[in-house]
Write a protein that binds this ligand. Sequence first.
Ligand code: MN
Length: 294
Amino acid sequence: MTTSTLVAKDVLGIYRPGSSHMVGDGFPVRNLFPSNELDQAVDPFLLLDYAGPQKFEPTDHPRGVGEHPHRGFETVTMMYQGSVAHRDSSGNAGVIGPGDVQWMTAASGVVHEELHEADWAKKGGTFQAIQLWVNLPRYKKMSAPRYQTILKAQIPTIEIAGGAGRLRVIAGACQGYKGPARTVTPIELYDLELVAGGCAEVLLPDGHTAALFVMRGLVSANGSNDAGEAELIVCERGGSSVVIEAREGSLLLILSGQPIREPIARYGPFVMNTKIELVQALEDYKAGKMGHLS
Ligand code: MN
Protein backbone atom coordinates (compact mmCIF):
# COMPACT_ATOMS: atom_id res chain seq x y z
CA MET A 1 0.00 0.00 0.00
CA THR A 2 1.32 3.42 -0.91
CA THR A 3 0.42 6.67 0.68
CA SER A 4 0.48 9.73 -1.53
CA THR A 5 0.50 13.15 0.00
CA LEU A 6 -0.12 16.18 -2.15
CA VAL A 7 2.09 19.08 -1.20
CA ALA A 8 0.41 22.48 -1.32
CA LYS A 9 2.00 25.22 -3.41
CA ASP A 10 2.71 28.02 -0.91
CA VAL A 11 1.30 31.44 -1.73
CA LEU A 12 4.01 33.97 -2.55
CA GLY A 13 1.77 37.01 -2.59
CA ILE A 14 -1.46 38.68 -3.65
CA TYR A 15 -1.18 41.53 -6.16
CA ARG A 16 -3.51 44.31 -7.27
CA PRO A 17 -3.38 45.83 -10.75
CA GLY A 18 -0.21 47.91 -11.07
CA SER A 19 -1.53 50.17 -13.82
CA SER A 20 -4.72 51.06 -15.67
CA HIS A 21 -4.78 52.34 -19.23
CA MET A 22 -6.54 52.13 -22.58
CA VAL A 23 -5.12 49.82 -25.23
CA GLY A 24 -6.14 51.52 -28.47
CA ASP A 25 -9.65 52.91 -27.96
CA GLY A 26 -11.38 49.61 -27.21
CA PHE A 27 -9.61 47.87 -24.34
CA PRO A 28 -9.72 49.57 -20.94
CA VAL A 29 -7.22 47.35 -19.14
CA ARG A 30 -5.90 46.82 -15.68
CA ASN A 31 -2.41 45.31 -15.82
CA LEU A 32 -1.24 42.75 -13.27
CA PHE A 33 2.17 42.14 -14.80
CA PRO A 34 4.70 43.27 -15.86
CA SER A 35 3.59 46.35 -13.85
CA ASN A 36 3.98 44.49 -10.55
CA GLU A 37 7.54 43.43 -11.47
CA LEU A 38 6.80 39.79 -10.80
CA ASP A 39 9.36 38.84 -13.47
CA GLN A 40 10.66 35.30 -12.94
CA ALA A 41 7.84 34.44 -10.49
CA VAL A 42 5.40 34.34 -13.43
CA ASP A 43 7.79 32.89 -16.08
CA PRO A 44 6.69 31.71 -18.78
CA PHE A 45 4.01 34.44 -18.69
CA LEU A 46 4.96 37.98 -19.69
CA LEU A 47 1.84 40.09 -19.40
CA LEU A 48 -1.66 39.90 -17.98
CA ASP A 49 -4.15 42.60 -18.98
CA TYR A 50 -7.71 42.48 -17.68
CA ALA A 51 -10.03 44.41 -19.99
CA GLY A 52 -13.28 45.69 -18.50
CA PRO A 53 -15.86 44.80 -17.50
CA GLN A 54 -16.93 48.02 -19.17
CA LYS A 55 -20.00 49.08 -21.08
CA PHE A 56 -19.59 50.45 -24.62
CA GLU A 57 -22.24 52.51 -26.41
CA PRO A 58 -23.36 51.37 -29.88
CA THR A 59 -21.14 52.57 -32.74
CA ASP A 60 -20.67 52.01 -36.47
CA HIS A 61 -16.90 52.41 -36.03
CA PRO A 62 -15.60 49.37 -34.09
CA ARG A 63 -13.15 50.30 -31.35
CA GLY A 64 -9.94 48.45 -30.68
CA VAL A 65 -6.30 48.45 -31.71
CA GLY A 66 -5.29 49.00 -35.32
CA GLU A 67 -2.38 47.45 -37.15
CA HIS A 68 0.59 46.67 -34.85
CA PRO A 69 3.35 44.04 -34.72
CA HIS A 70 4.43 41.28 -32.31
CA ARG A 71 7.52 39.06 -32.27
CA GLY A 72 8.95 36.44 -29.93
CA PHE A 73 5.92 35.26 -27.94
CA GLU A 74 2.19 34.38 -28.03
CA THR A 75 -0.89 36.48 -27.29
CA VAL A 76 -3.77 34.55 -25.74
CA THR A 77 -7.14 36.31 -25.53
CA MET A 78 -9.97 34.88 -23.44
CA MET A 79 -13.38 36.44 -23.96
CA TYR A 80 -15.97 36.58 -21.20
CA GLN A 81 -18.35 39.28 -22.51
CA GLY A 82 -18.38 40.95 -25.91
CA SER A 83 -16.74 39.94 -29.13
CA VAL A 84 -13.37 40.55 -30.81
CA ALA A 85 -12.36 40.25 -34.46
CA HIS A 86 -8.75 39.57 -35.34
CA ARG A 87 -6.90 39.78 -38.66
CA ASP A 88 -3.18 39.30 -39.25
CA SER A 89 -0.46 39.48 -41.88
CA SER A 90 -0.17 35.67 -42.02
CA GLY A 91 -3.64 35.62 -43.58
CA ASN A 92 -5.37 34.42 -40.43
CA ALA A 93 -8.61 35.91 -39.18
CA GLY A 94 -11.14 34.97 -36.54
CA VAL A 95 -13.93 36.17 -34.29
CA ILE A 96 -14.18 35.17 -30.64
CA GLY A 97 -17.17 35.64 -28.34
CA PRO A 98 -18.01 34.77 -24.73
CA GLY A 99 -16.27 31.56 -23.64
CA ASP A 100 -13.99 31.48 -26.70
CA VAL A 101 -10.19 31.81 -26.75
CA GLN A 102 -7.77 33.06 -29.40
CA TRP A 103 -4.24 31.70 -29.22
CA MET A 104 -1.93 33.61 -31.56
CA THR A 105 1.70 32.55 -31.84
CA ALA A 106 3.49 35.62 -33.18
CA ALA A 107 6.90 33.88 -33.15
CA SER A 108 9.02 35.41 -35.98
CA GLY A 109 6.48 38.19 -36.40
CA VAL A 110 3.00 39.20 -37.41
CA VAL A 111 1.19 42.45 -37.85
CA HIS A 112 -2.40 42.30 -36.67
CA GLU A 113 -5.44 44.28 -35.61
CA GLU A 114 -7.77 43.52 -32.71
CA LEU A 115 -11.17 45.21 -32.90
CA HIS A 116 -14.58 44.88 -31.32
CA GLU A 117 -16.53 42.71 -33.76
CA ALA A 118 -18.59 44.99 -36.03
CA ASP A 119 -22.10 43.60 -35.30
CA TRP A 120 -21.39 43.56 -31.57
CA ALA A 121 -20.07 47.13 -31.73
CA LYS A 122 -23.30 48.23 -33.51
CA LYS A 123 -25.37 46.94 -30.57
CA GLY A 124 -22.90 47.89 -27.85
CA GLY A 125 -22.76 46.20 -24.47
CA THR A 126 -20.46 45.07 -21.72
CA PHE A 127 -16.94 44.01 -22.67
CA GLN A 128 -14.81 41.69 -20.51
CA ALA A 129 -11.68 39.82 -21.58
CA ILE A 130 -8.21 38.80 -20.49
CA GLN A 131 -5.11 39.02 -22.64
CA LEU A 132 -2.15 36.93 -21.55
CA TRP A 133 1.29 36.97 -23.19
CA VAL A 134 3.09 33.65 -23.14
CA ASN A 135 6.83 33.63 -23.76
CA LEU A 136 8.54 31.38 -26.31
CA PRO A 137 11.88 29.70 -25.69
CA ARG A 138 14.83 31.05 -27.66
CA TYR A 139 14.76 28.20 -30.20
CA LYS A 140 11.11 28.95 -31.11
CA LYS A 141 11.13 32.76 -31.19
CA MET A 142 11.86 32.88 -34.91
CA SER A 143 9.61 29.98 -35.97
CA ALA A 144 6.60 30.47 -38.24
CA PRO A 145 3.51 32.24 -36.82
CA ARG A 146 0.48 30.11 -35.93
CA TYR A 147 -3.12 30.93 -35.08
CA GLN A 148 -5.75 28.98 -33.16
CA THR A 149 -9.38 29.95 -32.63
CA ILE A 150 -10.68 27.85 -29.76
CA LEU A 151 -14.45 27.88 -29.49
CA LYS A 152 -16.35 27.40 -26.24
CA ALA A 153 -17.78 24.10 -27.49
CA GLN A 154 -14.26 22.64 -27.88
CA ILE A 155 -13.28 23.36 -24.26
CA PRO A 156 -13.92 20.43 -21.88
CA THR A 157 -15.84 21.34 -18.72
CA ILE A 158 -15.35 19.40 -15.49
CA GLU A 159 -18.17 19.52 -12.95
CA ILE A 160 -16.74 19.81 -9.44
CA ALA A 161 -18.03 17.39 -6.81
CA GLY A 162 -20.96 18.48 -4.69
CA GLY A 163 -22.15 21.13 -7.14
CA ALA A 164 -19.28 23.43 -6.07
CA GLY A 165 -18.77 24.72 -9.60
CA ARG A 166 -17.07 23.92 -12.88
CA LEU A 167 -13.59 24.07 -14.37
CA ARG A 168 -12.81 24.53 -18.09
CA VAL A 169 -9.60 23.09 -19.50
CA ILE A 170 -8.26 25.49 -22.14
CA ALA A 171 -4.70 24.13 -22.20
CA GLY A 172 -2.94 21.27 -20.47
CA ALA A 173 -4.67 18.30 -18.88
CA CYS A 174 -6.83 18.04 -15.80
CA GLN A 175 -8.39 14.85 -14.45
CA GLY A 176 -7.89 13.17 -17.80
CA TYR A 177 -9.46 16.02 -19.79
CA LYS A 178 -7.15 17.59 -22.32
CA GLY A 179 -7.43 21.24 -23.31
CA PRO A 180 -7.69 21.99 -27.05
CA ALA A 181 -4.91 24.61 -27.19
CA ARG A 182 -1.65 23.50 -28.77
CA THR A 183 1.14 25.03 -26.70
CA VAL A 184 4.86 25.31 -27.41
CA THR A 185 6.04 24.65 -23.84
CA PRO A 186 3.93 22.88 -21.18
CA ILE A 187 1.13 25.24 -20.09
CA GLU A 188 -1.96 24.65 -17.98
CA LEU A 189 -4.68 27.23 -18.49
CA TYR A 190 -8.06 26.71 -16.82
CA ASP A 191 -10.94 28.89 -15.78
CA LEU A 192 -12.89 28.07 -12.68
CA GLU A 193 -16.32 29.12 -11.51
CA LEU A 194 -17.23 28.39 -7.89
CA VAL A 195 -20.49 28.92 -6.01
CA ALA A 196 -20.40 30.79 -2.68
CA GLY A 197 -18.85 28.41 -0.15
CA GLY A 198 -17.58 26.16 -2.95
CA CYS A 199 -14.16 24.55 -2.76
CA ALA A 200 -11.97 22.90 -5.39
CA GLU A 201 -8.59 21.22 -5.21
CA VAL A 202 -6.71 21.82 -8.48
CA LEU A 203 -3.59 19.77 -9.20
CA LEU A 204 -0.79 21.53 -11.07
CA PRO A 205 2.63 20.08 -11.88
CA ASP A 206 5.33 20.35 -9.22
CA GLY A 207 7.88 22.89 -10.46
CA HIS A 208 5.41 24.80 -12.64
CA THR A 209 4.62 28.45 -12.08
CA ALA A 210 1.08 28.88 -10.74
CA ALA A 211 -1.14 31.92 -10.33
CA LEU A 212 -4.85 32.62 -9.94
CA PHE A 213 -6.52 35.73 -11.29
CA VAL A 214 -9.88 36.67 -9.76
CA MET A 215 -12.39 38.17 -12.18
CA ARG A 216 -15.35 38.03 -9.82
CA GLY A 217 -15.91 37.13 -6.19
CA LEU A 218 -13.61 36.50 -3.25
CA VAL A 219 -11.34 33.47 -2.86
CA SER A 220 -8.47 32.12 -0.82
CA ALA A 221 -5.85 29.65 -2.05
CA ASN A 222 -4.11 27.18 0.25
CA GLY A 223 -5.28 29.15 3.25
CA SER A 224 -4.07 32.55 1.99
CA ASN A 225 -5.71 35.87 2.71
CA ASP A 226 -8.77 36.53 0.58
CA ALA A 227 -8.25 37.90 -2.92
CA GLY A 228 -11.01 39.86 -4.64
CA GLU A 229 -11.92 41.29 -8.03
CA ALA A 230 -8.90 41.96 -10.30
CA GLU A 231 -6.40 40.53 -7.80
CA LEU A 232 -3.74 37.95 -8.61
CA ILE A 233 -2.60 35.21 -6.25
CA VAL A 234 0.91 34.02 -7.13
CA CYS A 235 2.15 30.68 -5.77
CA GLU A 236 5.58 29.13 -5.31
CA ARG A 237 6.57 26.50 -7.88
CA GLY A 238 7.16 23.71 -5.39
CA GLY A 239 4.18 21.50 -4.62
CA SER A 240 1.36 20.22 -6.74
CA SER A 241 -1.91 21.22 -5.12
CA VAL A 242 -3.95 24.41 -4.84
CA VAL A 243 -7.08 24.32 -2.72
CA ILE A 244 -9.36 27.19 -3.68
CA GLU A 245 -12.15 28.26 -1.37
CA ALA A 246 -14.78 30.73 -2.57
CA ARG A 247 -16.31 33.11 -0.01
CA GLU A 248 -18.68 34.41 -2.70
CA GLY A 249 -19.70 33.19 -6.12
CA SER A 250 -16.39 33.52 -7.98
CA LEU A 251 -14.85 33.33 -11.43
CA LEU A 252 -11.09 32.96 -11.84
CA LEU A 253 -8.40 32.13 -14.34
CA ILE A 254 -5.76 29.60 -13.33
CA LEU A 255 -2.47 30.00 -15.16
CA SER A 256 0.39 27.58 -14.81
CA GLY A 257 3.37 26.53 -16.87
CA GLN A 258 6.92 25.30 -17.02
CA PRO A 259 9.31 28.22 -16.53
CA ILE A 260 11.53 28.99 -19.55
CA ARG A 261 14.40 30.48 -17.48
CA GLU A 262 16.05 32.50 -20.25
CA PRO A 263 17.04 36.18 -20.33
CA ILE A 264 14.15 38.47 -21.30
CA ALA A 265 14.62 41.63 -23.37
CA ARG A 266 11.37 43.49 -24.06
CA TYR A 267 10.43 46.58 -25.97
CA GLY A 268 6.71 47.26 -26.50
CA PRO A 269 5.31 44.50 -28.72
CA PHE A 270 8.61 42.59 -29.03
CA VAL A 271 10.01 40.14 -26.46
CA MET A 272 13.37 38.57 -27.26
CA ASN A 273 16.43 37.36 -25.34
CA THR A 274 18.85 40.23 -26.10
CA LYS A 275 18.78 43.96 -26.91
CA ILE A 276 20.40 43.26 -30.27
CA GLU A 277 17.46 41.01 -31.18
CA LEU A 278 15.06 43.81 -30.19
CA VAL A 279 16.82 46.26 -32.50
CA GLN A 280 16.60 43.63 -35.27
CA ALA A 281 12.86 43.16 -34.57
CA LEU A 282 12.20 46.88 -34.91
CA GLU A 283 14.23 47.05 -38.12
CA ASP A 284 12.46 44.00 -39.57
CA TYR A 285 9.06 45.50 -38.73
CA LYS A 286 9.96 48.85 -40.31
CA ALA A 287 11.29 47.04 -43.38
CA GLY A 288 7.93 45.27 -43.77
CA LYS A 289 9.35 41.82 -43.00
CA MET A 290 6.46 41.06 -40.62
CA GLY A 291 4.04 41.75 -43.44
CA HIS A 292 1.05 44.05 -43.68
CA LEU A 293 -2.70 43.73 -43.46
CA SER A 294 -4.28 43.53 -46.85
MN1 MN B 1 -1.77 42.64 -30.36
